[in-house]
Structures are given as structure tokens and as C-alpha cells.
Design a protein around this ligand. Structure first.
Ligand SMILES: *Cc1c(COP(=O)(O)O)cnc(C)c1O
Length: 223
């Protein structure tokens, strides 16, 4: 069997196993196959296995690959997991089903304006990125300001905020950051916690992840 398919099936089994071990087992955690840098042909291996949830970190790259893939395969769910620049907002709203990296006032306003201009309510699924370890070099809203930002997006801008996402600092303290993000989700009554990557998705599930984002663990190392 193809190595990608073998990896994929193993990860699905691990997800089910850790979900059962977790106290947060109301939802089946969803696997986002992170296909950034990989070509369409590689992605199609998983699409042909029936997988439909994917993540990309660049708007332009995603658009190049996914306009075609979305025509060919029904019911795909594409997540933006990389930074969103204001000049890419319209394109991102067209190609992505979920934007996980909302973190700035300016971008939130752009999204609101996009829907206002079309006289539509914002139905786009949005997650707010939280800088859970307060790292200088990382994107995301300060954990202490997350409630304020989420409330503003929901109440003033009428944006459809469904969850939070984080990329914790490297090291062996991931668990404490996963606990913190899950707690924030619960406090803000947000359904989704997007946390955990190839190296730590199991502990993320133990701590209540509803989406895990796995790239190299499925597709192999990126060049
Ligand atoms: C690339 C990426 C991932 C996947 O990382 P792997 O270590 O390859 O599983 C997950 N989340 C984000 C935000 C990424 O940019």
C-alpha cells in the first residue's frame, strides 16, 4: 500500500484510541491533513481514500491547487492555517471553508466589509489564533485579550467565530498550553479547539482538541 495511505490509516486509529482515553470525548476529533508544499497528485492519494479535510498555509498556493481539486472532489473542507494578509482576504474567503488564523482588527474588519458589500451575513467559519505561549515571534492574539477580541468580532462585527487555534512553543510543556487553549474555548463557549501537529496530536486530543493538523506525519518530510 502507498506509504501515505498507511500513515493516514495509522493516524486515524491513534486518533480514535486517544479520543477514547480522553475525558473530552464528546466530539470525534477531526483530522486536518496539512498538504502545504505537496502537489495536487500527492493530495489526490488521500482524496481518493475518501479524506476531505485539508489545511494549507498560503493563500496563493492553495488557490492554485484547490480550485481544480474542489471541482473534482465534492464536500472538501479546506482550512487556512497560515497568516492572512489584508490584500488576500477576498481570495482566501473564496477558496477556504475555514480560516483559522484570524488575529487582527484590520483583517476582521475586511472580512466584515466583504460580506457587507455583498449584503450577506458572514457565514464563513472563523477561528481566532491565540499566541498561547506569548512568544514575540509568533502570530496570534494575547491570551489575556482573546475574550475581548472574540466578543468584538462576534457582537460588533457579527462574524461567525467557531473556535480557537494555537501553535504552542517548542519544548516539552505542550500539555499546559493545550489545557490553557481548551479552557479559553470553554470560557468563551466556542466549540472548536484546533491544536496538535504531527509530533503532539495525541496529547492535544487528550486535552480536548476538536481538530488536529497533521502534515509530515501523513505526507512525509517537506523539502
Ligand atoms: C505545517 C503546519 C502544521 C503541520 O505540521 P507537521 O509538523 O508537518 O504535522 C500544523 N499547523 C500549522 C499551523 C502548520 O503551519
Amino acid at each position: 500500500m502507498n506509504k501515505i495511505v498507511t500513515n493516514y490509516n495509522e493516524i486515524l486509529l491513534e486518533i480514535a484510541k486517544y479520543k477514547n482515553k480522553s475525558i473530552h470525548n464528546q466530539f470525534e476529533p477531526q483530522l486536518i491533513a496539512v498538504s502545504k508544499t505537496f502537489p495536487k497528485e500527492t493530495i489526490e492519494v488521500l482524496l481518493n481514500e475518501g479524506h476531505r479535510i485539508f489545511g494549507e498555509n498560503k493563500v496563493q498556493e492553495a488557490s492554485k491547487k484547490w480550485v481544480e481539486l474542489k471541482k473534482k472532489y465534492n464536500n472538501t473542507e479546506l482550512h487556512l492555517i497560515g497568516p492572512l494578509q489584508s490584500n488576500k482576504v477576498a481570495l482566501a474567503l473564496k477558496i477556504f471553508d475555514v480560516i483559522q488564523t484570524l488575529e487582527r482588527d484590520k483583517i476582521a474588519l475586511k472580512i466584515k466589509n466583504y460580506f457587507d458589500d455583498r449584503e450577506k451575513v458572514c457565514t464563513k467559519r472563523l477561528f481566532v489564533q491565540v499566541n498561547i505561549g506569548n512568544e514575540k515571534q509568533k502570530s496570534g492574539v494575547d491570551p489575556k485579550l482573546t475574550k475581548q477580541f472574540v466578543d468584538w468580532c462576534k457582537n460588533d462585527l457579527k462574524l461567525n467565530i467557531e473556535g480557537l487555534m494555537c501553535i504552542p512553543p517548542f519544548g516539552d510543556e505542550q500539555n499546559s498550553f493545550f489545557i490553557k487553549l481548551k479552557q479559553l474555548c470553554d470560557d468563551l463557549k466556542l466549540k472548536h479547539a484546533s491544536m496538535g501537529m504531527s509530533s503532539d496530536y495525541k496529547s492535544a486530543i487528550m486535552h480536548g482538541a476538536t481538530y488536529v493538523r497533521v502534515g509530515s506525519g501523513i505526507f512525509g518530510a517537506r523539502s
